[in-house]
Ligand binder design. Structure first.
Ligand code: NDP
Ligand code: GDR
Length: 372
C-alpha cells in the first residue's frame, strides 16, 4: 500500500486529494495546524477514529514553519509521495503578512525537500509542489505555457517563485523526483470564502435570502482561467506517476472576467443584472427577477458596489493557461466547465443560506461574516 503525506490537507485541494488517494487505496497522512477552533470541516466526512482497526487516514499536528516537526513526521511516515499544498494562499493577505507568507510558502517547501534529503529518502520519496499561475503576474505572453517567463506581482507570488525554483533545484542537484504543477485558479463549493468566486456565490445567495444587502467587490474586470479543484487534484497525482519528473501547466485554456462570473451566478438565481457607472462608482442593479430563488429581490435594487479596499497594491489583470503539454504527455483534460462549476457552487451556497435563514426565523441569531 502506497503512503502519501499531504501538507494543507484541511484546505480545498487537500480535502479533494485526500478523498482521491483514499479511493486509490493509499494510506493518507495529513498535516493539520493546531487552531483554537475545529479546522477540519472539509475532511470530517473521511475522518476515521484512530481507535478503529487499520485506519487509512492519519492526521499529524504540524506547521510548515517548523523544521523539526516536519522532519519528524516524514521520518515516522516515510511517505512514497509528498504533496506540498500547505500555504498562506491568499494573494491580497500576502501584502499584509509578507514575511509570514515567505516563511511558509517559500521556506516551507525547502524544509520538506531538505528533510527528505537529510533522511536519505531522496531516491524513494516523490515530491509535488503546488506552484501557481501567479508566477506569471505581469504576463509576458498569452496563453502562458511552461516556458513563459515569470514576473510575480505579490509577496505570495514571489514566495511561490522560490518554492518553484527550489523544487527544480533539488531535482537537478540531487536527482530527486520533484515536480511543479503550475496550476491556474481552481474553485469548488469547498473554496475558501474570501476568494473571489466563493465570495460571489456566497454573497449573492445570502442577498437573495435576505441575510446580506450588498456585495462589495474589487477589480471585477480581472480575467482568470477557472477550473474545478476535483479535476486539478487528479492531475497532481498523475504528475507523480510518470517515469521522469517534470513541470506542467494545469489550466482549462478558457478565460472569463470576474464580472462574467457575477453575471452567471446571478442568472443561476433567476436574476439579470445591469451595471451602471464607472470605476469605483460602478454599481450592479437588478434588472429582472424570475423563479422562486430570490424572494427578497426587486428590480431596481442595487446589490453590488465597488469597494477600493479590495483593490490590490499590484494586480494580476489577466491569466490564461495553455494545458497542451499536460494533455499530450499525461492525457489530462479538465472535465468540468467554469459555468458548471459556478452552478454547483451557487446551488451549494443557496442550500446553506436557506438553512441559515430558517434557523434565524426560529430565533437563532447567528453572526454572518462578510469579509472578502
Ligand atoms: P487553501 O487556502 O484552501 O488551503 C491551504 C492549506 O494550507 C490549509 O490546509 C491551511 O491550513 C494550510 N496551511 C496554511 N498555513 C500553513 C502553515 N503555516 N503550516 C501548515 N499548513 C498551513 O488553498 P487551496 O487548497 O486552494 O490551494 C492549495 C495549494 O495550491 C496552496 O499552496 C495554494 O497556494 C496553491 N494554489 C492554489 C490555487 C487555487 O486556485 N486554489 C492555484 C494555484 C496554486 P488551515 O486549514 O489550518 O488554514
Ligand atoms: P487569485 O484569486 O488572487 O487569482 O489567487 P482571487 O479569487 O482572490 O482573485 C481573483 C481576481 O479577482 C479579483 N477580485 C477580487 N478578489 C477577491 N478575493 N475579493 C474581491 O472582492 C475581489 N474583487 C475582484 C482579484 O483582484 C483578482 O484579480 C488564487 C489563489 O488561490 C492563489 O493561491 C492561487 O495561486 C491563484 O489563485 C492561482
Amino acid at each position: 500500500m502506497k503512503k502519501a503525506l499531504i501538507t494543507g490537507i484541511t484546505g480545498q485541494d487537500g480535502s479533494y486529494l485526500a478523498e482521491f488517494l483514499l479511493e486509490k487505496g493509499y494510506e493518507v497522512h495529513g498535516i493539520k495546524r493546531r487552531a483554537s477552533l475545529f479546522n477540519t470541516q472539509r475532511i470530517d466526512h473521511i475522518y476515521e477514529d484512530p481507535h478503529e482497526r487499520n485506519p487509512k487516514l492519519h492526521l499529524h499536528y504540524g506547521d510548515l514553519s517548523d523544521t523539526s516537526n516536519l522532519t519528524r513526521i516524514i521520518q515516522e511516515v516515510r511517505p512514497d509521495e509528498i504533496y506540498n499544498l500547505g500555504a498562506q494562499s491568499h494573494v491580497a493577505v500576502s501584502f499584509e503578512a509578507p514575511e509570514y507568507t515567505a516563511d511558509v510558502d517559500a521556506i516551507g517547501a525547502l524544509r520538506l525537500l531538505e528533510a527528505v534529503r537529510f533522511l536519505g529518502l531522496d531516491k524513494t520519496t516523490r515530491f509535488y509542489q503546488a506552484s501557481t499561475s501567479e508566477l506569471y503576474g505581469l504576463v509576458q505572453e498569452t496563453p502562458q505555457t511552461e516556458t513563459t517567463p515569470f514576473h510575480p506581482r505579490s509577496p505570495y507570488a514571489v514566495a511561490k517563485l522560490y518554492s518553484y525554483w527550489i523544487t527544480v533545484n533539488y531535482r537537478e542537484a540531487y536527482g530527486m523526483y520533484a515536480c511543479n504543477g503550475i496550476l491556474f485558479n481552481h474553485e469548488s463549493p469547498r473554496r475558501g470564502e474570501t476568494f473571489v468566486t466563493r465570495k460571489i456565490t456566497r454573497g449573492l445567495t445570502n442577498i437573495v435570502q435576505g441575510i446580506e444587502d450588498c456585495l462589495y467587490m474589487g477589480n471585477i474586470d480581472a480575467l482568470r482561467d477557472w477550473g474545478h479543484s476535483k479535476d486539478y487534484v487528479r492531475m497532481q497525482w498523475m504528475m507523480l506517476q510518470q517515469d521522469e519528473p517534470d513541470d506542467f501547466v494545469i489550466a482549462t485554456g478558457k478565460q472569463y472576467s470576474v464580472r462574467e462570473f457575477i453575471i452567471w451566478s446571478a442568472r443561476e438565481l433567476g436574476i439579470t443584472l445591469r451595471f451602471e457607472g464607472t470605476g469605483v462608482n460602478e454599481v450592479g442593479i437588478v434588472d429582472t427577477v424570475t423563479g422562486d430563488d430570490a424572494p427578497e429581490i426587486k428590480p431596481g435594487q442595487v446589490i453590488l458596489r465597488i469597494d477600493p479596499r479590495y483593490f490590490r497594491p499590484a494586480e494580476v489583470e489577466t491569466l490564461l493557461g495553455d494545458p497542451s503539454k499536460a494533455k499530450a504527455k499525461l492525457g489530462w483534460t479538465p472535465e468540468i466547465t467554469a459555468q458548471e462549476m459556478c452552478a454547483e457552487m451557487v446551488a451549494d451556497d443557496l442550500k446553506a443560506a436557506r438553512r441559515y435563514r430558517l434557523l434565524k426565523e426560529h430565533g437563532l441569531d447567528l453572526p454572518v461574516s462578510t469579509e472578502g
